[in-house]
Design a binder for this molecule. Structure first.
Ligand SMILES: NC(=O)c1ccc[n+]([C@@H]2O[C@H](COP(=O)([O-])OP(=O)(O)OC[C@H]3O[C@@H](n4cnc5c(N)ncnc54)[C@H](OP(=O)(O)O)[C@@H]3O)[C@@H](O)[C@H]2O)c1
Length: 331
C-alpha cells in the first residue's frame, strides 16, 4: 500500500504505508475517497504554513469505512461510513486555540492515504444518499459554507463569489433554506451551470469589475450576507453590497489577504465581518441533517483515480474546475 506525501514544497510523491492498529477509543478507517480544497493547493506550495514540517500526508477531506474498532469504542461499528472532521479536537462549543489547532492535512497528516486511525469522537456519519466521492467533499468546504449562511432566515438575499467548492455548497444550502442568491463568476459558461443549480442572478466579475453595482441593481436596499472567498481583493466591493447590519462571512483569500481598506462603511452601517474557520462536529452533523432532508448532492467537477493525485492539484490550480475535485480510494 502506498500513501501520498508532500516531500518538499510543490512535490507530491508516493511512499510506503504501514497500517496502524486502533488504540483505546480509536477506529481504523479504509479511506474510500478524498477531495481537494484550495487550502491543499496553498499547503502544497508552502504558502499555507511555510513552517509545516515535511513530509506531510495532504488533504483534510475524505470519507472512509470503519474496518476495525479499538477497545472502548461505542460510537461506531465495522462497516460504518464516516468522515473525519476538519479540526480533530473541535467537537462542539466555541473555538479555542486547542480546538482549532489539530487540523488534518497540516499540521496533522491528512486523508490521502489508504487507511487512517482516528479517535471515535472525531468522526461523523456520512449521509446515506451520498456516494464516497460526494461524502469526501463535506468536511471543510461544506461545513464552512454552512457556517457562513445558516444564520440567514428564509427570504434573505446573499452574494456568493465564484464557483469553487465553498461557493457552490453555499448556493445549494442557501436555495434549500429559501434564500435568494446572486453568484459572481469569471466565466459565462460557469454562470449558466450555476443558474441550473438555482442561482437567482449572476454577474461576471471579469466583465463587471464594479460588480457591487450589479448587486445593488438586483437588491436595491443591499443584501444580508456576502460569502467572502475573495478576501482583501474583493472586500471593498462586498461591503458596498450589504444593507445596514449585514454580514461578511470572511472565509477565503483567493483575491489576496491584505490590502488597504476604508473601514468607515463598517461602522457607519453597523456591518459585521465574521471570520469562519470551517466549524465543529456539531455543525457538521447539523448540516448533514439538512443535506439529507433536501437530498443535496455535492457538485463534483472530476473524480480522479488515486494514482492521478498530482493531476487533481493541477486541475484545482487551473481554476477551470466547477465545484469539487475528488480522488477515489487506492485499491
Ligand atoms: N476559512 C475557512 O474555514 C475556509 C474553508 C474553506 C475554504 N477557505 C478558503 O476559501 C477560498 C475558496 O476555497 P475553495 O476550496 O472553495 O476554492 P476553489 O474550489 O479552488 O474555488 C476557486 C474559485 O473561486 C473563484 N474565484 C477565484 N478568484 C476569485 C475572485 N477574485 N473573486 C471571486 N471569485 C474568485 C473562481 O470561480 P470562477 O471560476 O467561477 O470565477 C475559482 O474557480 C480559499 O481562499 C480557501 O482557502 C477557507
Amino acid at each position: 500500500m502506498k500513501q501520498w506525501q508532500i516531500v518538499e514544497w510543490a512535490k507530491l510523491a508516493e511512499s510506503d504505508f504501514s497500517p496502524g492498529a486502533p488504540a483505546e477509543g480509536q477506529v481504523r478507517l479504509k479511506m474510500r475517497a478524498v477531495s481537494l480544497n484550495y487550502r491543499d493547493h496553498l499547503m502544497m506550495l508552502g504558502q499555507y504554513n511555510p513552517k509545516q514540517p515535511l513530509p506531510l500526508v495532504p488533504c483534510s477531506d475524505g470519507a472512509g469505512e470503519v474496518v476495525e474498532v479499538g477497545p472502548g469504542v461505542t460510537r461506531w461499528k465495522v462497516g460504518d461510513r464516516v468522515c473525519p472532521i476538519f479540526s480533530q479536537s473541535w467537537v462542539g462549543g466555541p473555538p479555542s486555540k486547542e480546538r482549532i489547532s489539530q487540523t488534518l492535512g497540516g499540521p496533522l497528516d491528512g486523508t490521502l492515504r489508504p487507511e487512517m486511525v482516528v479517535d471515535q469522537q472525531s468522526l461523523v456519519a456520512v449521509p446515506a444518499h451520498l456516494d464516497w466521492e460526494e461524502a469526501a467533499c463535506l468536511p471543510c468546504a461544506a461545513v464552512t459554507a454552512w457556517n457562513a449562511i445558516s444564520d440567514q432566515p428564509a427570504g434573505s438575499r446573499i452574494v456568493v463569489q465564484g464557483t469553487g467548492g465553498v461557493s457552490l455548497f453555499a448556493l445549494q444550502l442557501a436555495k434549500a433554506a429559501g434564500l435568494e442568491v446572486l453568484l459572481t463568476s469569471s466565466s459565462n459558461e460557469k454562470i449558466e451551470r450555476a443558474r441550473a443549480l438555482g442561482a437567482d442572478h449572476c454577474v461576471n466579475y471579469r466583465e463587471t469589475p464594479e460588480w457591487s453595482r450589479a448587486v445593488r441593481a438586483w437588491a436595491r436596499d443591499g443584501v444580508d450576507c456576502v460569502v467572502e472567498v475573495g478576501g482583501a481583493g474583493t472586500l471593498e466591493q462586498s461591503l458596498r453590497c450589504l444593507k445596514p447590519g449585514g454580514k461578511i462571512a470572511m472565509i477565503g483569500i483567493l483575491a489576496g489577504a491584505a490590502k488597504p481598506l476604508n473601514v468607515l462603511p463598517i461602522l457607519m452601517q453597523q456591518l459585521r465581518v465574521q471570520g469562519v474557520l470551517v466549524g465543529n462536529r456539531d455543525d457538521f452533523e447539523a448540516m448533514n441533517r439538512v443535506l439529507a432532508r433536501a437530498q443535496i448532492r455535492p457538485v463534483l467537477d472530476q473524480r480522479l483515480p488515486y494514482s492521478q493525485a498530482p493531476q487533481a492539484w493541477e486541475r484545482l490550480a487551473s481554476g477551470q474546475h466547477f465545484g469539487k475535485v475528488a480522488i477515489s480510494g487506492c485499491w
